[in-house]
Design a protein around this ligand. Structure first.
Ligand code: SAH
Length: 364
């Protein structure tokens, strides 16, 4: 049984190839026609049964009557001065979801959303202020890549990161089949090493992701003491740092595989050299890459981005501890497309200042 949309039409997107081929076979499609359907969806990126010359007329007409191709509509593409593009999609129920295309010299990365809003309530993130509206379906997750490829035919989108709106590990039942579609070598063809799922630290779901999917793992660490992490990331009250790192150390990672650890730098909160040293101790012996993200501002937030010298000193301290450390340069800032800026148009951003609970006073 494949999922259906609100009008009862069968959703073809977001169903991994073995299931889609089995479904097509049960409907009487010859194997060659079932393969052609898969290729039409994910290689040719077709949006209309009327233009699917690879399918027999009768098959095409039968599918057109009962099934659904695209589930998203590309509403707007906003290009930032640095080449980053924010793609705004419309869903069936009238919600807007966002992906960000980040072109680079060696790769082009699409940052996709997994939920509308988010339930994790991280204090420094704009998406959190929306709360969770709903999970995205596997079809809606895959369509972000399909429609981006279609809109940018000259860009080879080689990488996908689940770092847009939402907590992907809070929606694994839809994220896992979406990843299976993305890495299928007869379709969208992403390398398994180039799909990364980022989580705020849901420990049981981290284990499930690693067991059931070939994707790479990234974890948002963002603090080095439970006191600070409890205050800025409520998920820490359930899965504190010691539990999180114990789980990471026990993961059955492939040889040479590394976990990416993200660390959002918040001035006066988590950016001291003592923090850098505690971070080095936390990750000691864990195969990992550290990715420092100077905080991106959004209206109504009290946090501040540290000065570049402070970011550099934090990085230098970690490198002196022989840790693989990089700084995520801010991209797409002028279109509110940078990390933690997805979710609301700037004009709709909350006026009320959010005062993080229990946070130590931020030095100004
Ligand atoms: N929910 C997932 C993925 C989405 S957020 C997660 O938490 O990992 C992707 C990254 O952006 C996370 O590392 C998050 O900590 C970071 N982030 C959120 N708001 C930010 C902001 N305003 N500036 C910089 N990074 C931010």
């Amino acid at each position: 049984m494949l999922p259906r949309d609100r009008d009862g039409r069968i959703l073809l997107k977001g169903v991994p190839r073995p299931q889609l081929l089995a479904w097509a076979g049960a409907r009487g499609l010859r194997p060659g026609q079932a393969d052609a359907l898969w290729a039409a969806l994910y290689r040719k990126l077709r949006s209309d049964f009327a233009v699917m010359p690879e399918l027999d007329r009768a098959v095409r007409d039968g599918l057109a009557a009962e099934t659904r191709l695209d589930v998203l509509r590309l509403e707007a593409v906003k290009q930032a001065a640095d080449g980053t593009s924010k793609l705004v999609f419309q869903t069936d129920d009238g919600a807007a979801i966002e992906s960000v295309l980040i072109p680079g010299p060696e790769r082009a990365t699409l940052c996709v959303s997994s939920q509308i809003g988010c339930a994790m309530n991280c204090q420094f993130c704009l998406t959190a202020t929306m709360g969770l509206a709903r999970n995205l379906s596997a079809a809606e997750i895959v369509d972000q890549l399909v429609l981006a490829r279609r809109h940018f035919p000259d860009v080879w989108i080689s990488n996908v990161v689940f770092m847009g709106m939402g907590e992907p590990l809070h929606n694994l039942d839809q994220v896992l089949p979406a990843i299976a579609c993305m890495v299928d070598d007869q379709g969208l063809g992403l390398s398994q090493r180039r799909v990364t799922v980022s989580t705020s630290g849901l420990v049981p779901q981290i284990r499930r992701l690693v067991a059931e999917s070939p994707a790479q793992l990234a974890v948002s660490v963002n603090a080095t003491t439970d006191e600070i992490r409890d205050a800025i990331m409520p998920v820490n009250r359930k899965y504190p740092l010691a539990d999180l790192f114990a789980a990471l150390r026990e993961l059955p990672l492939a040889r040479r595989a590394r976990v990416t650890l993200e660390y959002v730098l918040l001035a006066g909160v988590n950016d001291s050299l003592e923090d850098a040293e505690r971070l080095a101790e936390l990750v000691h012996g864990l195969p990992c890459k550290l990715n420092l993200i100077p905080w991106n501002p959004h209206p109504g937030s009290e946090f501040r981005r540290p000065e570049p010298e402070r970011v550099a000193a934090f990085k230098a301290h970690l490198q002196a501890r022989r840790l693989n450390t990089s700084i995520r340069t801010t991209r797409g800032d002028d279109t509110m497309a940078a990390c933690g800026q997805l979710g609301r148009a700037p004009a709709e951003a909350p006026r009320r200042t959010r005062r993080p609970h229990g946070l130590p006073v931020i030095a100004s």
